[in-house]
Design a protein around this ligand. Structure first.
Ligand SMILES: [Zn+2]
Length: 339
């Protein structure tokens, strides 16, 4: 009950990449970079284990960015001539690569980090990948020229990689879909269908993470514009409840999402975001336990997991470690009180 895990990413150590950045430059290249990624992956496995987390991740140490890290392994995408594009419905501009031809995987995407992680932890292992809709929203497309078609093409590639990760012994495969909170109609039209394509044939647990974004200024400003109650989840949860995904990871701590919306996820495991990634203030176990107690009003206890609101990639390393410890302590306190 109340098993603990994180949304996925963790800060990169200063010797691997620039710190406190969402698109950090690597500090090494070639074989040295590969070694640095390996060491960083091991470091974060150990930190997660020491903090007491039940389901650990590779901390996304091997990818520069959660979307482009996947796209770099895809043929048919031009990374040489990136274009500036407003993403998440023009919330902020990003330099994005361009889809210029039919998409194919060049090879495995996360094989190395999955192998390293699997070899060095006996805990449950989660690997995250960007969801099809969020990828569609983070590339420019001059080939498919149809969002749903592009999403299905990407989902096919995600499925190939997911099946291979499952064979490597990964326990949970999660797709990150922050775009689900932005294009709610498309979620129902083709977003969930694309996820179904991505999980086709998998026997391991599958999850979708839907948040209000990393703790960067553009997201903080956007959240301020959403009013006193954030009800985006209300539009998509009923469709997700009917989906074939096992778990839904949501943002709760310090968010204006009414907790009662969680009951719309009937039957799913709910990864309750109990760590705010937009603030350096470390939550107390008491705050986390109270939030979990609130969630139990709407979700059966056995379906509740304690998680972070979003990835911690752009945070300070010491803060992230302290938040991992708080998460585990908070879940333990909730277990004590509510078992
Ligand atoms: Zn997120």
């Amino acid at each position: 009950m109340f098993e603990t895990t994180i949304a996925g990413s963790l800060p990169k150590p200063f010797w691997l990449a620039e710190t406190d950045k969402l698109w950090p430059a690597w500090k090494a290249a070639g074989a040295e970079l590969e070694k640095a990624k390996r060491d960083a992956t091991l470091l974060w496995l150990k930190e997660q284990e020491d903090a007491g987390l039940d389901i650990v991740t590779d901390g996304e140490q091997s990818r520069q960015h959660f979307v482009h890290g996947f796209l770099e392994s895809v043929e048919g995408i031009d990374f040489e001539h990136k274009v500036k594009m407003g993403i998440r419905n023009n919330r902020y501009d990003a330099m994005v690569p361009v889809v210029v031809g039919p998409l194919r995987l060049k090879g495995r995407v996360h094989q190395t980090e999955a192998r390293i992680a699997r070899a060095h932890t006996t805990r449950q292992l989660k690997i995250t990948m960007p969801g099809p809709m969020t990828m569609v929203d983070t590339v420019s497309d001059s080939h498919y020229r149809d969002k749903a078609k592009l999403a299905m093409a990407l989902a096919e590639l995600l499925n190939q990689e997911a099946r291979a990760l499952e064979v490597q012994g990964v326990d949970v495969i999660q797709f990150d879909e922050p775009a689900f909170n932005v294009y709610m109609d498309d979620v129902k039209r083709w977003g969930i269908e694309a996820l179904h394509r991505a999980i086709d044939g998998l026997k391991c647990r599958t999850a979708v993470h839907i948040c209000y974004g990393y703790g960067i200024q553009a997201n903080i400003d956007w959240k301020k514009s959403l009013g006193g109650q954030w009800r985006q989840y209300e539009e998509i949860f009923p469709a997700l409840a009917k989906s074939r995904l096992d778990q839904v990871s949501v943002e709760c701590m310090h968010s204006h999402v009414p907790m009662s919306l969680l009951k719309l996820l009937g039957g799913k495991d709910v990864l309750v975001g109990a760590i705010d990634v937009a603030s350096d203030r470390v939550e107390t176990p008491e705050e986390i336990a109270s939030l979990i107690a609130e969630a139990t009003k709407y979700v059966p206890k056995e379906h509740i997991f304690a998680c972070t609101n979003c990835g911690m990639a752009p945070m300070k390393r010491e803060v992230a470690v302290a938040k991992l410890q708080a998460l585990a302590a908070g879940a333990a306190l909730a277990r004590e009180r509510l078992a």
